[in-house]
Design a protein around this ligand. Sequence first.
Ligand code: FES
Ligand code: FE2
Length: 329
Amino acid sequence: MTTPVKHWQAVALSRNIDRKPLRILFQDQPVVLFRSENGISALADRCPHRLAELSKGKIINGEIECPYHGWRFDGAGSCTAIPGLLDKVPNYHIPSYQTCEKEGVLFISRHKTETTPYLHCMEGKPVLMRLAQSRTRSDLLDTAENILDATHTHFVHKGLLRGLSDDKQKIQVDITGGDGWVEACYTGEEQQQGLVSKLLEGERTKTIGRFLYPGIAELEYWGPEGLVLATTFHLRQADEAHVEGVGCLIGPRNGALDYLKSLAFIPMFKIALQQDRRILGSASRNKQFFPDMDPLVGPLDILRKDMERILEGHLPEAANTPRTLFMEL
Ligand code: FES
Ligand SMILES: [Fe+2]
């Protein structure tokens, strides 16, 4: 596992950025996304004049027009017009972000970088991919943990991702990590009994749950022949109370996620997402009543502390001390 490029953050699906400017929050700052002549542009969402929201303005000939006095800015953030001014437009400028579109996903970066963003764990291979977008009332850590946490599936996704019976299997979990990442590899699981597994998979050899800086949660399902199915979620704290995500569902071409199966899989995947959104949202609302309470990190919350360290910019404990444990799933 190599550390993905740290600067890039997936923020939207390219297809959702059309003629209308879109305001997002990125690292606590408002950013406006719009289509200019040079593709998609990302500028600080504030007019330098009176700080009006540019995203409330219009796109005219690939430039964004402020709704207050009509100043215009090009995709690089340079002021090109001040209505009513007879002289040359002064050299005014808004900070811009670097953008990169990759297979329908828009990434932005605060810094200029030559590197390309990391999209998913099967890049470069012949795969079939579906994209999904979600917004959840929660925080980044809780949402990423929810995606990677195996123990909630028996309750939140009973019947869908897990079977209806209470039979459990003893599973080995190997936890490893490095700079900006941590992963848990589950072995000893036979095929899961949930509807999704029955439809998509044959024998299961291992499952990997992985967290990557700055907010990528990935699940990989492996069979004897290799990777069968994977999901990579790019998560971002969109405001104090909400997390937004761009999710990639990936399968080898002609593999588990071939066309017909993917048609059935997408609705089920959406149901699972909905089930998670419901429980995360209700926990987040409930948390408001207990502002001083820290969540309890239980013995089976195997990645949370490492994820917390990664988000704080530190090396996870698993980087120096890989560990193995057993649990029933
Ligand atoms: S505030 Fe934008 S043009 Fe005046
Ligand atoms: Fe879940």
